[in-house]
Ligand binder design. Sequence first.
Ligand SMILES: Cc1cc2nc3c(=O)[nH]c(=O)nc-3n(C[C@H](O)[C@H](O)[C@H](O)COP(=O)(O)OP(=O)(O)OC[C@H]3O[C@@H](n4cnc5c(N)ncnc54)[C@H](O)[C@@H]3O)c2cc1C
Ligand SMILES: NC(=O)c1ccc[n+]([C@@H]2O[C@H](COP(=O)([O-])OP(=O)(O)OC[C@H]3O[C@@H](n4cnc5c(N)ncnc54)[C@H](O)[C@@H]3O)[C@@H](O)[C@H]2O)c1
Length: 468
Amino acid sequence: MAERYDLVVVGAGPGGYVAAIRAAQLGMKVACVEKRSDLGGTCLNIGCIPSKALLDSSELYHLAKERFSKHGIKVGSLALDVPAMLKRKDEVVKGLTDGVRYLFRKNKIEPIFGAAKLTSPTTLQVAKNEGGTVDLEAGHILLATGSEPTPLPFLPFDGKTVVSSTEALCFDKVPEHLVVIGGGVIGLELGSVWKRLGAKVTVIEFLPRIVPTADLEMGALLHKSLVKQGLEFHLETKVTGAKVEGAKATVTAQTKDGKTLSVPCDKILVAVGRRAYSEGLDLAKAGVTVDARTGKVAVDGRFRTNVPTISAIGDLIDGPMLAHKAEDEGVAFAEILAGKSGHVDYNTIPNVVYTWPELASVGQTEEQLKEQGVGYRVGKFPFLANGRAKAMDETEGLVKILADAKTDRVLGVHILGPRASDLISEAVTVMEFAGSSEDIARICHAHPTLSEAVREAALAVDKRAIHS
Ligand SMILES: Cc1cc2nc3c(=O)[nH]c(=O)nc-3n(C[C@H](O)[C@H](O)[C@H](O)COP(=O)(O)OP(=O)(O)OC[C@H]3O[C@@H](n4cnc5c(N)ncnc54)[C@H](O)[C@@H]3O)c2cc1C
Ligand SMILES: NC(=O)c1ccc[n+]([C@@H]2O[C@H](COP(=O)([O-])OP(=O)(O)OC[C@H]3O[C@@H](n4cnc5c(N)ncnc54)[C@H](O)[C@@H]3O)[C@@H](O)[C@H]2O)c1
């Protein structure tokens, strides 16, 4: 007989595991099926966490090599131990994935390790990793199976020379020349890691700009900074093919003026986006409709698919493919299922590119406001004029605030600078409370902190910044 649960979650990424925990907190009997051997999904195992561990390690190496001397610190001869760096990254990942196991135990959630497929709108079969199958029956099923890297049709991943982010998090030595196809967030973050560790890095981007969805001015500033750091860019350039011979490869591409570019390298990171993942779920068996082009599962405002007993969240559905978006959807879904009023405010989901300087943003870009014909005022403040940034020797970048011309309501905030990822939270909070730039300007900010640059940018909206 099939074991019966109030909720069966498929996928233990930040969407699935958070939904499972919230549902258990609300009194439901919950199982979570995961086909990896660890919990935490893409984010904890091969995404957010290992990439940030390597970004932090490589930044420390870069600081020791290039910047410590300015602070009066001499380090003698500096050496890089890539295996030790990878081991630390793996330990960080293990600590966090084990942490999710602990949270499951604490909340009495049953983890089931294996691949799930739907057998009806309320039943599933799991092919267990340890062998054999188990049948499950659920009052409700939540699909949180995430996404996978998109390959280029003419350049399939081989896992060695032509790789996705998963393998680029594990190179056992620094590549001589890493070609990155795609100047989006993965390309820039992992390109930065290997550049800082000594690789030559060439980014080939199809569009005329990197990070295409970012505020144009801020994206251009990040581009300039990365060029200064030694990354090479070919924009408006279309990769047409690659020849792989053993551990060497040559990427060919066509520039916008029709010239052929030929780039010899030893690794090719294809980072041209991710696509929703529902392979093997047998969605058709339960009657769940999928968008044939995007692979995404369509849901209503309450995360329900076209089948009332089946819901979906995270990378598998529409919206930004971000861990915190998936988590918030997980909580909202569980609360709605429990009869509460769960809600996600899609206008205030922050977005961060963890390069150095970091690029963080929330809300509208200047280009979006222009396109919508919304009147706005801009306030900017450079980190060069911020005391703490000077003390840190981290003066690159600026804070840019866009406020409604009539009401002063904050419509968008974009920060390029040190720890922009942490600074953006203040902007998210103010926007969540429908606050104005004057609200930010009136809040007392500790001195000396980087956050004072946010206040000064808010003052600058009204042309009354104090320190610039
Ligand atoms: C290199 C990289 C860096 C990233 N960095 C960030 C970052 O810094 N910040 C950020 O917000 N986002 C980041 N992301 C994106 C983030 O990882 C995703 O948005 C997030 O993981 C989506 O969560 P999810 O729960 O929807 O799916 P996932 O995390 O993808 O989890 C889905 C899980 O479902 C499992 N699964 C799939 N099918 C089945 C099945 N049939 N049966 C059982 N289990 C199944 C999979 O094994 C997987 O573990 C990064 C992504 C990558 C690749
Ligand atoms: N810090 C973070 O939050 C973080 C980090 C990593 C990944 N992610 C998530 O993972 C997703 C996937 O990341 P990604 O970097 O692969 O995608 P992306 O959408 O961020 O960037 C892809 C880039 O590739 C370019 N491109 C597309 N086709 C191309 C081609 N044929 N040739 C050259 N360039 C091409 C696009 O114009 C774009 O600039 C992101 O959308 C994001 O949601 C988030």
